[in-house]
Each structure stands twice: as structure tokens, then as C-alpha cells.
Design a protein around this ligand. Structure first.
Ligand SMILES: NC(=O)C1=CN([C@@H]2O[C@H](COP(=O)(O)OP(=O)(O)OC[C@H]3O[C@@H](n4cnc5c(N)ncnc54)[C@H](O)[C@@H]3O)[C@@H](O)[C@H]2O)C=CC1
Ligand SMILES: O=C(O)[C@@H](O)C(=O)[C@H](O)[C@@H](O)CO
Length: 316
């Protein structure tokens, strides 16, 4: 697959641009995005994602180019159209029939949405079975997970093509068996986020305390073994069965006592909404988001992923 059109070149779009160029160096990428600062945005952000490739050289050679209209962005030679536009059902639903009319029948149609199912986005397509969700974990040029989420109409062949593409670049595509709100990754992440916000609202700890606890425990453990595999180990010889038998009372108590926070809820005892307090504490703890944050994030993430892969290779 070498001719790729990216619709939307924001955080995720440029990260996927780097993914495709890094892992398929002969890829030809066309970016379509109406943002007025597109050229400056590409030159500011993309070099940091590409490591060795030169954005100037890619632009000069035409291997990377922009297209002001969708019609100029999709050609009969396009192999993949991948969308990372606004997380807005109306935008995505209106887009796909236009893409379908421009792309060849062989072109793969992918959406990087965080949670708008392909069955919703494809309602007005002639062949809804062509659309597949390929949901990344930010930033996709580094994080290996891709949630592949077909609609009930998405063809098995096209699902397999998405899986093959990402497996071919040593990523970890995981196919979900059915659509659900937020897919799996975000539901797990947001379940933890809800309990974290609940504990801050209850005054058990604060934002920094939550981050320190997760970074020095779950974050490490689950990057090596997921919740089931690690609790299986935790059960000793009896495995997960023994773990559950031993801890089911405590687990049930935590589940029964878990927060049921709503986005519009106030802080306990009044004084405004809990989400404003959580934002305030986060700003107090970390300050404004700086470019350097992403440089450090990417460098450490690459090192961690490399170390985990090498470590697992030794034990396999
Ligand atoms: N930011 C994240 O952590 C993740 C985001 N996603 C998903 O990726 C998609 C994009 O998210 P972000 O990159 O974070 O958003 P973003 O706001 O950084 O980028 C969206 C881009 O779409 C462009 N755009 C607006 N209207 C457009 C149009 N009509 N045609 C083409 N492009 C248009 C904007 O100019 C902007 O550059 C969303 O569906 C989001 O749910 C998925 C995983 C993670
Ligand atoms: O956390 C991530 O990178 C992804 O799972 C997301 O979808 C983002 O969190 C964001 O878009 C929230 O949905």
C-alpha cells in the first residue's frame, strides 16, 4: 500500500503520516485539511515525529504533499483513505459517501475515530461494508495498539487487510468482535479516570497523587502484562481462579463503593464543579502543556517499548 490520503492533519493525522512514512518509506502521502496553518503546522510538528526523514525533502520530492480539496486528495491510484477529522458524527457521516465516489473500489477506507462506530459513519455510503475503524492510541507513530472495529457490515476481507497492514509494521491490531460506545481502550481508560476523579472529589487524594500511584504501579505492570495475565500471576499456583477466590470480597466491596460521577456533578460541599477542580489541580501540578512534554513522552515511550519487546523476546 503506497498511495495514502490522510483527511485531517491534526494530532492524530500527522502522527499517522509519520507512521506510514517511517514504516513504508516509499509511501506517497497526500494530506487534505482546510486549516489555514497547514503548511506551517506540518513543518512544525512532523519533523519531531519522523526522526531521520526530512520533511523538506519529502515535500520537495512530492512524496508528501497537501491537497486543498477532497477531489484533489483522492485519485484512482489511492490505496488507503484514512480519516482523522473532527470527532463529529455529522462530519464523518457526510464525508464517506464523498470519499466513496472518488476512491477506486480497491481503496481501503479507514477512520481513526475515538468512538463513533463505522455503522454510524457509513449510513449514507453505497457500500457501508467498506468502512473500518482503525482506532489508535495517541501517538500512533509510537503506540503499537490499533483497535480494528468493523461494523456488522464490514467485510472480513477488509478487516484482514487492516490487520495485515499493521501487523506488517510490527504494530498490535486487535479486532473487536462487536461495536460498543468508545470501543474497549477508551472504556477501560475512562473507567479508571472516573474512579480517579471520584477519589479526588472525595478528598482521598489529589490529581498528583493519582498520577504518582498509577505511574509507579499499574502503568508499569500493565505495560508488561495486562490485567488478567498479571492477576493470574498474582494468584500464584492457583492462577486467576485462586486470585478471585482470595480477593472476591474485597473486589466486590470496591465495585459496590465505586464512584458514579457525572460530568455535571458539583464538588462535595459545593464550591463549583468537580471537573473544574480537577483541571485546576492538574494545571497547578503540571503547568501549561509545552512542546517539550511530547519530546520527552516520545523518547521515553520508544525506550520503554523497546525494552519491553527485548525483555519479552528473552523470556519467550
Ligand atoms: N487526540 C487523541 O488522543 C486521539 C484522537 N483520535 C481521533 O482522531 C480524530 C482526530 O483527532 P485529533 O487529531 O486529536 O483532532 P485535531 O483537532 O488535532 O485534528 C483534527 C483535524 O481535522 C481538521 N479538519 C477540520 N475539518 C476538516 C474537514 N472538513 N476536512 C478535513 N480535515 C478537517 C482540522 O483542521 C484538524 O487539523 C478524532 O476522530 C479523534 O477522536 C483517536 C485517538 C486518539
Ligand atoms: O487515549 C487515546 O489516545 C485514545 O484512546 C483516544 O481516543 C483519546 O483518548 C481521545 O481521543 C479520547 O477519546
Amino acid at each position: 500500500m503506497s498511495n495514502i490520503t490522510l483527511i485531517g492533519a491534526g494530532t492524530i493525522g500527522l502522527s499517522f503520516c509519520a507512521l506510514h512514512l517511517t514504516h513504508h518509506p516509499t509511501s506517497k502521502i497526500i494530506i487534505h485539511d482546510p486549516r489555514p496553518d497547514l503548511a506551517a503546522h506540518i513543518r512544525a510538528l512532523l519533523p519531531g515525529y519522523l526522526l531521520t526523514l526530512s520533511v523538506d525533502a519529502l515535500l520537495a520530492s512530492g512524496q508528501l504533499r497537501t491537497a486543498p480539496t477532497l477531489e484533489e486528495a483522492i485519485t484512482p491510484e489511492t490505496d488507503i483513505v484514512q480519516e482523522q477529522g473532527p470527532e463529529n458524527p455529522a462530519f464523518k457521516t457526510a464525508l464517506w459517501p464523498r470519499v466513496e465516489a472518488l476512491a477506486s473500489d480497491a481503496c481501503l477506507l479507514w477512520t481513526s475515530t475515538s468512538g463513533i462506530p463505522a455503522s454510524v459513519q457509513s449510513v449514507d455510503m453505497k457500500d457501508p461494508g467498506r468502512l473500518c475503524v482503525v482506532h489508535p492510541f495517541n501517538p500512533p507513530h509510537i503506540m503499537p495498539l490499533i483497535e480494528v472495529v468493523p461494523s456488522p457490515l464490514t467485510s472480513e476481507t477488509l478487516v484482514q487487510k487492516a490487520v495485515d497492514y499493521f501487523e506488517g509494521i510490527q504494530y498490535k491490531p486487535v479486532v473487536l468482535r462487536k461495536e460498543c460506545k468508545g470501543f474497549v481502550l477508551n472504556r477501560l481508560a475512562f473507567a479508571l479516570l472516573r474512579e480517579a476523579c471520584h477519589l479526588v472529589r472525595e478528598g482521598v487524594t489529589d490529581v498528583k497523587g493519582i498520577d504518582e500511584i498509577v505511574e509507579n504501579s499499574l502503568g508499569i505492570r500493565w505495560s508488561i502484562k495486562g490485567p488478567f495475565a498479571s492477576y493470574h500471576d498474582g494468584g500464584g499456583k492457583g492462577g486467576l481462579g485462586a486470585f478471585v477466590a482470595n480477593l472476591e470480597g474485597t473486589i466486590q466491596n470496591c465495585w459496590d463503593d465505586a464512584g458514579t460521577l457525572g460530568m455535571q456533578d458539583e464538588m462535595l460541599g459545593g464550591g463549583g464543579k468537580w471537573k473544574d477542580e480537577v483541571v485546576r489541580q492538574t494545571m497547578e501540578a503540571y503547568g501549561e502543556v509545552k512542546e517539550q512534554n511530547f519530546v520527552v513522552r516520545d523518547r521515553v515511550s520508544r525506550d520503554v517499548i523497546k525494552t519491553i519487546r527485548e525483555g519479552k523476546a528473552k523470556t519467550d
